[in-house]
Unconditional design. Sequence first.
Length: 131
Amino acid sequence: SEAFLICNSKQAKKIIHAKELAQQGIKVVAAFDPSPNLEPYEIDAIKVLSADRIDSLSDRMHIQFMIIATEKEQAQHAANIAANAGAKAIINMSGVELVFPDGIAGINTNGIEKLEEDIAKIQALMASNTR
């Protein structure tokens, strides 16, 4: 399964290469930065685009799983961006508690150490939301 990463934190590179994602069959295919006036850049061959591009790519690629790793001040805005882009599941790694809209399976976590456990939780939440 593929995921989008909404990031601007130092954790982004660690998340892209996290063995826990690969072990769960999840690959980050694009990243988005909510910072204003962003010039696109790359993190190890993953393009990091302006967050305003997420809607069009999400529609085209049908990505429903998103990971947030922004600074705390931008995290709720990033969650709103993900929800508007059609996210069905969000793992928030920004270190602040977020409120997730109805219909979105969301988990707040503080670090990559529990990522494998968090992915299992999110998959269970998604399964229960489709019943």
